[in-house]
Design a protein. Structure first.
Length: 151
């Protein structure tokens, strides 16, 4: 990834709003190919990270804000929008609370030296997509899910 692309993505993350302006979110930029490969094995759904140009790991401080999940989700969405705006591809990889029999959060924390008292919400793989998808169409809009004033 180009340095300017990483900088734009980080700015998009940093500009995200947060509840009460508590700003509980941290971002870890991972560019090292060896670390990307290790992170790609943290969950069964993270394989694309191995070939990504970068991964952005989103970490929250639940002591700083009870809304850390929501705040980190908003910051993650800012990343996804910025990536799309730059013509790149991205994929959200859930880390927090995937399943009772898996603990990818501990794996990611150990790999990236994340303090025990912080939480890992997700990783976002970013790179040039192998294929492009057709844009969404008006036919896909499920108007029955749209409500005004009341349900």
């Amino acid at each position: 990834m180009e340095e300017w692309q990483v900088e734009n993505i980080v700015k998009a993350f940093m500009y995200a709003p947060s509840a009460m302006h508590y700003r509980p979110c941290h971002i870890i930029v991972v560019l090292d190919k060896e670390m990307l490969e290790k992170l790609s094995r943290a969950t069964p759904w993270a394989k694309m990270i191995e070939k990504a140009g970068a991964a952005f790991v989103i970490v929250g401080d639940e002591k700083r804000s009870p809304w850390w999940v929501e705040d980190c989700s908003v910051a993650s969405e800012n990343i996804l929008l910025e990536v799309a705006d730059m013509g790149l591809g991205a994929c959200w990889v859930q880390v927090r609370s995937i399943a009772e029999d898996m603990d990818p959060e501990s794996t990611v924390k150990a790999l990236l030296n994340i303090p025990d008292d912080l939480r890992v919400l997700n990783m976002i793989a970013v790179g040039v997509p192998k294929r492009t998808k057709e844009p969404h169409t008006e036919a896909e809009v499920e108007k029955e899910r749209l409500h005004y004033e009341r349900f």
